[in-house]
Design a protein around this ligand. Structure first.
Ligand code: SF4
Length: 271
């Protein structure tokens, strides 16, 4: 890896990769590009591999149970808590997306935290077993070629009664006003995907935060359907993405987000 080479790409393989990245874009890829172009470059162009973080592992294990729970509701064969726990343990043992380097005693604490989040969510019946979801974990896309934009791709966690629901795990209680703003790329992208694939407007969007407190809690943030200005904002952001990739300007954007950046060392060597 040569962090100094993060300007105009020279290798044809890299050019091909940059071309591919201009054909499609997901909300997470777009969000990362707009947050820090150099981090985007390290992750999606150089594809530098880093160990999975404990919080990511907790989040993906929790997500795996909620996915199974919702799929079982869709099949009208609800899981028992015991079955949900088994899914959680299987997901915890799965290292196919990278393994975590644990500090002594850390894994036991984190596995307890993860399961308590799921247990709290399911026991509070935020998802009544008898209510059949409209869709669960659907990979969908929206062709925005007529706007001169890449194809938008994404996976909706859950759609229920025409509400688009997305799960988050978080260490702190989210502030409703801020979280609506900080997740706007994702929620607008999901609304566009939903509308393109159903021909209907969503009834609303919800963020279900599972908060890792001593006493875990669930915070649900409900939002109205995407507004027209929000839709336009997303298209302008996608244009900036396309433009940025075409010009290959992968510069660092230092800020508060650097505290959790896995490429901090590589970034300090960039010039
Ligand atoms: S440390 Fe900060 S500026 Fe550097 S790549 Fe990471 S997010 Fe970007």
């Amino acid at each position: 890896m040569n962090p100094e080479a993060c300007s105009i790409p020279k290798e044809s393989g890299e050019r091909d990769l940059l071309n591919d990245l201009q054909q499609t874009v997901s909300a997470s890829r777009l969000g990362l590009f707009l947050q820090c172009r150099l981090k985007f470059y390290f992750r999606y162009v150089l594809r530098l591999k880093k160990p999975k973080t404990p919080s990511l592992h907790v989040g993906s294990s929790v997500h795996a149970v909620l996915k199974s729970w919702n799929k079982a509701r869709w099949l009208q064969q609800p899981l028992t808590l015991k079955q949900a726990h088994d899914v959680f343990l299987d997901a915890w043992a799965d290292t196919s997306e990278g393994s975590v380097t644990w500090e002594p005693g850390e894994e036991n604490n984190e596995i307890t935290t993860g399961w308590r989040l799921v247990d709290t969510y399911l026991r509070e019946s935020h998802l009544p077993a008898e209510l059949k979801p409209d869709a669960v974990e659907v990979p969908i896309e929206a062709d925005l070629h007529h706007r001169g934009l890449p194809k938008l791709i994404g996976v909706l966690d859950l759609v229920q009664q025409q509400q688009i629901i997305d799960y988050k795990t978080s260490a702190t209680t989210p502030n409703a006003e801020k979280v609506v703003h900080t997740t706007e790329i994702q929620t607008s992208a999901y609304a566009i995907l939903y509308r393109h694939n159903t021909g209907q407007q969503e009834a609303g969007l919800q963020l279900h935060h599972l908060v890792k407190l001593k006493n875990p809690k669930v915070v649900i943030t409900a939002m109205p359907p995407m507004s027209q200005p929000q839709e336009s904002r997303l298209y302008r952001q996608m244009e900036a993405y396309l433009n940025g990739l075409q010009h290959g300007q992968f510069v660092p954007s230092p800020g508060m987000h650097c505290a959790s950046c896995e490429f901090f060392d590589e970034c300090r060597h960039w010039h």
